[in-house]
Design a protein around this ligand. Sequence first.
Ligand code: S3P
Length: 173
Amino acid sequence: MNIILIGFMGSGKTSTGRILAKQLGYKFLDTDQIIEQKNGLTCAKIFAQRGEEFFRKQETATLKELHGLDGAVIATGGGIVLSADNRNFLQNLGATVYLKTEPAEILKRVENDTSRPLLSQENKLAEIQNLLATRQPLYLATAQCIIATQTGQPEKAAAAICKILKLEPPCQP
Ligand code: S3P
């Protein structure tokens, strides 16, 4: 059993994933962190120096390396669902959970964050809305369940995931 967290940048995948993994006694993995370690560069630098296509290939290769994994919570990059291969792989890897946050709230969380290469435009809200227009249907099509992370409380999101997936506590917020 694995739990895979998908969703837009700033939706709380990493913070929720860490808490959930600790509560369940699962391993915690983050595809962005794995890619950064492999390349010795941050995601932002990989995008800047090697381009998005290179990053996406690394993302797919990283997922494939997770084949056979068990007992893990996996936080993924916001664009991982763009590839049909990735979507199929994730659905076979475990329970996929979409952490859903509205654009205005995402903006608040990422506004001053320079580490997100796809949101360096002047009008970040429009950029978020554009990306979400493409991605939201893919998150919805990939996810087994949806958890609203609008309030930004990762403990509550972790508890909600336990409840919806009928996992045993200790999952108290
Ligand atoms: C991306 C999201 C980032 C990271 C990369 C690309 C995206 O991950 O994978 O910068 O395409 O939305 P987070 O969703 O963890 O910020």
